[in-house]
Design a protein around this ligand. Sequence first.
Ligand code: BTN
Length: 251
Amino acid sequence: MTLSLDILQGKLARCFRFYQSVDSTNDLAKDWLLDGAPAGAAVIADEQRRGRGRQGRLWHSPPGVALALSVLLRPAEEEAALVNMIGALAVYDLAKQAGCDEAGIKWPNDVQVNGKKVSGVLTENVWESGRLLGVVLGIGVNVRVDFAGTDLHASAISLEDATQAPLDRAELVRHLLRRIDCWRDKSAEEIFMAWRRRLNMLGKRVTVNGVQGLAQDVAPSGALRIKTDKAEALLVHAGDVFEAPNTWSVE
Ligand code: BTN
């Protein structure tokens, strides 16, 4: 159940660095990437003190209860957008393997279990002299984070809440990294189609970045295609999407 260098060394056949407590695994991964880390290398921490989330938010990874890791990838520039999808697909597989029956991906890359967020993905591109050096795929998973009595209670969940069984975090890390490797081996088309199939907002009326409309589809770049209530076509590249009441305004 604990996460330590010894335990992970016995489980992971890859290049990785483990830290008991860090500010952000993404930051350490970026430094390592610039220092020549091989593709597939991982930075894993038991605790993050200043974990970073999407849209400049903080991400909470208290000791002993979550997964916080960053994987270094070196995709071709035109395939960098797939890394987000790979992260979400790997966590989706992890949730299913852990025994969560109801799972889905909330655009762009949150994995939800029973309609609540169980993980977050933050990818960051690292550039050097105008070329893409690599992408840091940062993943945080709530394993047994206690959200009771917090603001997040209604929207966040831990894997163990859903499975009602104790989970071994080292085993979860092992499985997650294997699923990332497995998706990295697939074609861009396979990754995109699998990600698209698991998105749980397509065909629904949503609010995104203050605009309401129908979530029609996604583009191969990962952008969300919205038909707004004013019948305008909108391509959303980043933001938070929420299900909106299914009442159409008449103008
Ligand atoms: C989100 O806002 O949903 C994305 C959260 C991503 C958190 C992970 S935890 C490991 C890695 N290190 C960070 O600082 N952030 C990511």
